[in-house]
Design a protein around this ligand. Structure first.
Ligand code: ZN
Length: 334
């Protein structure tokens, strides 16, 4: 019998990742390509997905009829029924059709559409989690924004349109005057995402209450160069303002994880996303808090907190796992 293959696609605000793997999903057999996310028209993304996919098939000498399915994971919000992204703040169009234009080019292959963070928790479930964690598992990404995916009682939570677990817009400080991209005030991600950390630092600089010499030295006195990365760097060197911004980031992340555990009573929260490049400044104080005095943040028994090893590929891995689970009719997605 000829070998069969699975395709995974992960669409983010900056990068599109497309991967192909033999149907047994052995890690070492995954081959993938990356391209920048096109924002010229609502069809830019679907067009590049099809182009990259064709390249992968040609380069690996694989015919379309040996593809079992395409797992299509994307930044949301999504309308799973229509196969579209809607209202995404970073992608530039109110509605971005994804599933239909790809189906047109690959009509014989089933496409399974899913929110990227929901895919990511499936990726962790298949490729990384221990047996005892699998039935009550959470993945949280802390990146430009904050998002999550939850498997509770062995089932992936999707919600009515596929956007369950939008935890980054959970209100952790509803009386705050700090406005989020979503329009609300005091969302978790205004304090703890990469964008949030940068904005909080810029605000604190304009208030001028704390010394910022170390931070300014790192960016050669050009505050437009400040991103979360420089703030973490400055905090490591003892910069007071940067330290305060990161303390807040950590505090609200502890609040967020506590709420997630209250809602889903999870065994483990796996954490990923670009902010985890500085995980050693974020995760250890939270792990310590949940070990020594969890009750302040969560009434349920505290979860383990782990950094995902899957890095930037976690969404792509999840898209691949989704197809495998669909074809096996696995209970996690039933
Ligand atoms: Zn928000």
């Amino acid at each position: 019998m000829e070998e069969m293959y699975i395709i995974g696609v992960d669409i983010g605000g900056t990068w599109i990742r497309v991967g192909i793997c033999a149907a047994d999903l052995k890690e070492e057999k995954i081959k993938h390509k990356i391209a920048r996310t096109g924002k010229e028209s609502p069809y830019s993304i679907s067009t590049s997905v099809c182009e990259i996919l064709n390249q992968l098939l040609i380069e690996n000498n694989i015919e379309k009829e040996y593809i079992i399915g395409i797992g299509l994971a994307s930044a949301g919000p999504l309308d799973l029924d229509k196969g579209e992204i809607f209202n995404n703040a970073n992608l530039g169009f109110k509605i971005i059709p994804l599933k239909k234009p790809i189906e047109k080019k690959f009509p014989e292959i089933p496409i399974y559409f899913i929110n990227d963070c929901n895919a990511a928790v499936l990726g962790v479930h298949y490729f990384e989690a221990e047996e005892y964690e699998k039935d009550n598992l959470v993945y949280i990404t802390i990146s430009t924004g904050i998002g999550g995916g939850v498997i509770c009682n062995g089932h992936l939570l999707l919600g009515k349109e596929g956007n369950a677990v939008e935890v980054g817009h959970g209100l952790v400080a509803p009386r705050s005057k700090i406005q989020c991209n979503c329009g609300s005030y005091g969302c978790w991600e205004v304090f703890s995402s990469g964008t949030g950390v940068r904005n909080r630092a810029l605000e604190a600089i304009s208030e001028g209450k704390l010394n910022i010499d170390i931070l300014l030295e790192i960016v050669n006195n050009d505050i437009t160069k400040i991103t979360a990365k420089e703030i973490f760097q400055a905090a490591r060197k003892g910069d007071k303002l940067s330290k305060k911004v990161i303390d807040d980031c950590v505090f609200y992340t502890t609040v967020g994880f506590g709420l997630v555990n209250n809602f889903y009573d999870c065994s483990t929260i796996y954490v990923g996303g670009a902010m985890m490049k500085d995980h050693e400044q974020i995760l250890p104080p939270i792990i310590k808090q949940f070990k020594e005095n969890p009750i302040i943040f969560t009434i349920n028994n505290p979860p383990e907190i782990k950094l995902t090893k899957l890095g930037d590929d976690v969404g792509l891995r999840g898209a691949l796992a989704l197809v495998k689970y669909k074809t096996e009719n696995h209970k996690v997605i039933s």
